[in-house]
Design a protein around this ligand. Structure first.
Ligand code: ADP
Ligand code: MG
Length: 321
């Protein structure tokens, strides 16, 4: 595959890759983002046209904790506001770090974060069964009141209970045309669709924000198609998707055709809420006419673009580079 064919790339950065290991204090988040942007800058310096999207799981969790702890003094922010806030803050930090990393490579270019809204279906079955855990772990006793008040909470293993919110399918990026124009302009690095986008539904001829969080990988697939990316690169904290993950017979999936990967999905190899949405997003991008989707770790970005690392989903798999 020639460089030309993979000229435009959408890179989706995992929320964890830009949050730092455990503590989310400003210094460690900035350090984590700086590390990630070194990798992204390297790819841009190689001549690729890059747009970015990113997760916000840890950050939106922190925002919800503020809602909880400060609720008596400041009215709690609805979920769509929380997503908007994390898009703005992370977009700001990413822009600063990326511009700096580019400048040290002799490239003077601005990064432009776009507050991105995404339409979801008011009839999505996800509204009836909140499945996406957000925020802090807590004990069942502490949430009885909140369940009574209408929130969904559920047990999440040994660490306790977590709030569950709906995660409907991202259907359409409201700000798509603007994002497209900015990417086509080619003079800035666009950061869009953070945290999967701000969920909205159409209502009474307008739009209003919805109490949900979207999956950044699924929104990433829409975004990659919208900007005409030849490659959709999902950067996370494992080198690839694996079959029999975490067991002794674990094997990384390398080059794979979409039909074959669908079969592996059917066999249940990919955990819901983490690897399953990445695999689904990669499949959608390729099945809808995209060139190549890659799932790999942040430190393998450059190799992945040449098809030499990660799980590489392509209609006509090539031998490993
Ligand atoms: P991100 O913040 O990048 O979205 P996630 O935690 O959502 O990261 O997803 C990546 C995680 O998915 C990995 O750290 C790994 O623990 C988990 N995972 C679950 N199933 C698999 C699998 N089959 N192959 C690889 N990783 C898997
Ligand atoms: Mg994730």
């Amino acid at each position: 595959v020639s460089r030309e064919r993979l000229h435009r790339v959408l890179i989706a950065l995992g929320g964890n890759a830009i949050a730092g290991p455990s503590s989310h204090d400003p210094a460690s988040q900035q350090a984590a983002i700086a590390r990630a942007m070194e990798q992204v800058a390297e790819v841009i310096a190689e001549g690729y046209e890059v747009a970015l999207t990113h997760g916000n799981g840890p950050q939106v969790g922190d925002r919800l904790l503020i809602n909880e702890l400060a609720g008596d003094a400041v009215a709690p922010a609805p979920l769509d506001w929380c997503v908007a806030e994390t898009q703005a803050t992370l977009g700001y930090l990413i822009a600063n770090a990326l511009e700096h990393a580019l400048r040290t490579r002799g490239i003077e270019r601005l990064a432009v974060p776009v507050i991105t809204r995404v339409l979801v279906d008011p009839d999505d079955p996800a509204w009836k069964s909140p499945t996406k855990p957000v925020g802090e772990f807590t004990s069942k006793e502490d949430v009885v009141e909140r369940i009574r008040a209408g929130e969904a909470w559920g047990p999440q293993g040994e660490r306790g209970w977590r709030r569950l919110v709906p995660s409907p399918e991202p259907r359409q990026i409201v700000d798509e045309a603007v994002i497209q124009r900015l990417v086509d302009d080619g003079t800035v690095v666009v950061v869009a669709g953070g945290g999967g986008g701000i969920p909205m539904v159409t209502a009474n001829g307008g739009r209003c924000g919805a109490e949900a969080v979207l999956d950044k990988d699924l929104t990433g697939a829409l975004l990659a198609a919208a900007i005409g990316a030849e490659c959709f690169l999902i950067a996370t904290d494992v080198p690839a998707a694996a079959v029999n993950f975490g067991s002794r017979s674990q094997e990384w999936v390398g080059h794979v055709a979409p039909e074959e990967l669908r079969l592996l999905v059917g066999e249940g190899h990919f955990a819901s809420g983490s690897m399953a949405p990445k695999v689904e997003a990669a499949l959608r991008f390729v099945e809808n006419g995209g060139g190549r989707a890659v799932i790999t770790s942040l430190d393998r970005l450059s190799d992945a673009l040449l098809g030499g690392a990660g799980t590489v989903v392509e209609s006509h798999p090539l031998p490993a580079a």
